[in-house]
Design a binder for this molecule. Sequence first.
Ligand SMILES: [Zn+2]
Length: 96
Amino acid sequence: MSTEKIQFCQSCGMPLLDEASLGTNEDGSPNTQYCAYCYERGEFTADLTMDEMINTCVGFMTQAHPELSETQARDMMRLVLPTLARWKKHPSHHHP
Ligand SMILES: [Zn+2]
């Protein structure tokens, strides 16, 4: 995997630093768009709305970066997630 440019998961915004953090396509090959937590075997692992994804990620972010408050983490996710491919297509789509 190229180290020229860090890719970010187009679902949760997590940096995709190595092959182990990549999601997998239906045939098991690595998917360079999404991380292993979000995308497995050609499908999203969880059918979330963007707000639900933000709630999930805030927990991980404050664990990984204790210097961040929950509000700061949430504000960052609210800025980043709408720019990612998964959420751009369906800005306010809710599944029934
Ligand atoms: Zn992800």
